[in-house]
Design a protein around this ligand. Structure first.
Ligand SMILES: *Cc1c(COP(=O)(O)O)cnc(C)c1O
Length: 233
């Protein structure tokens, strides 16, 4: 079941890459496994998935030791400073850094553990009030400050576009994030690259790829409707 869904998503990703004149290898498909039981993650792993996205620290800590060690775990949810210590050294990338104080905590923990952490800056491109993320206008200042911190490396930008029935409505936000990433890249800030653009979910990843996404975060499209008590299954 998961294998079939995954195949369908994979084919859609390939089609979007072809349409946009991009290489399939330029786009990482992250399987968003939040709320899913381990059996679902194992099925996806067996089908070849190595990039998994989770949005809760506790769930990550429960799942990581149960799964093979060649998985790249992506923290894609809002992160509280007091929980940073649990995931530094365990995740491949933190997609959701949206304040200097959070970045400072990650940096401090990375130094303490003698490791390095790759992060993305989460941007609120749509200007929706309820969303986390840095306003576009504040991004250059924040990136410049975070770039000075030890043991933390900005690899690009991430956004969560509004929920919509019509993915075309989000094209403008993806385009805006891409433009911001190009503008930031041109600044040539030490310790900052803009290689990663994490945008697009089940409803709109095709449009996101056309607009330059290098990571798409797909949950429902791979696993079906979400389970909310993954530990009970
Ligand atoms: C849940 C989640 C996703 C995946 O959403 P789907 O619509 O199920 O694909 C992607 N990104 C973030 C940040 C999420 O929290």
């Amino acid at each position: 079941m998961i294998r079939e869904k995954l195949n369908a998503v994979e084919q859609a990703v390939e089609a979007s890459c072809a349409k946009a004149g991009r290489e399939r290898g330029d786009v990482t498909l992250i399987a968003v496994s939040k709320t899913r039981p381990l059996s679902d993650l194992r099925e996806a792993y067996e089908a070849g998935v190595r990039d998994f996205g989770e949005n809760k620290v506790q769930e990550l800590m429960d799942k990581i030791p149960e799964m093979p060690s060649d998985i790249r775990w992506h923290m894609i949810g809002h992160l509280q400073r007091n929980k940073v210590k649990y995931i530094v050294g365990k995740v491949a990338m933190i997609h959701s850094v949206d304040s200097l104080r959070l970045a400072e905590e990650i940096s401090k923990e990375a130094v303490r553990k003698n490791t390095e952490v790759d992060i993305l800056i989460e941007i609120n491109v749509s200007g929706e009030e309820s969303k986390y993320g840095v306003p576009v206008a504040e991004t250059p200042g924040l990136v410049e400050q975070i770039a000075l911190l030890p043991a933390i490396h900005i690899k690009g930008l991430m956004t969560i576009a509004p929920f919509t029935e019509d993915p075309e409505e989000n094209r403008i936000f993806f385009r805006k994030l891409k433009q911001l990433s190009v503008d930031m890249g041109r600044k040539n800030i030490d310790n900052v690259t803009m290689a990663v653009l994490s945008m697009g979910m089940t409803g709109d990843y095709a449009v996101a790829i056309e607009e330059g996404a290098t990571c798409v975060r797909v949950g429902t499209g791979i696993f079906g409707e979400r389970h909310y008590n993954w530990q009970d299954e």
